[in-house]
Design a protein around this ligand. Structure first.
Ligand code: ZN
Length: 139
């Protein structure tokens, strides 16, 4: 049994490909077959054209910090020794506006900047769950 104490994601029908991809070290984002728009969070229909022909699609995992905050707050069990930590809104390079919320690892909170180039990494937190996280990369 894992001693991981932080809240864990619970996959549903729409998000399962995202979490399964992470378990295999691949960042997977829905993409619309009708108009080629990437969609995140996963949705039952494309917000651009309305098509329900959406498919999990591997992406590069490269992006930039769109915005971020530094949390000093222990808001849930398991974060007692984590503060301060960075919560970042990362914009992926595949499409303007394609953003996801994650943590930034391997970087002092004081060194984080908007526009900083980042790359996905995968943190296996339990045998069943791997979390996509981001770390700085050379531009
Ligand atoms: Zn579409």
């Amino acid at each position: 049994m894992s001693d991981y104490r932080k809240p864990l994601p619970v996959a549903d029908e729409l998000s399962r490909p995202y979490w399964e991809g992470a378990r295999h070290g691949v960042l997977v984002i829905q993409r619309c077959a009708a108009c080629a728009t990437y969609v995140h969070y996963p949705k039952p229909a494309c917000p651009r054209c309305g098509s329900s022909d959406l498919h999990p699609t591997p992406v590069s995992g490269r992006g930039t910090v769109h915005t971020f905050t530094v949390s000093h707050y222990v808001g849930a069990p398991g974060f007692e020794n984590e503060t301060p930590y960075v919560i970042a809104l990362v914009e992926l390079e595949e499409q303007p506006g394609l953003r996801l919320v994650s943590n930034l690892r391997g970087c002092a909170p004081s060194a984080v900047r908007v526009g900083m180039p980042v790359q996905v990494i995968f943190e296996e937190v339990t045998p069943e769950v791997t979390l996509p996280q981001f770390t700085p990369r050379a531009s």
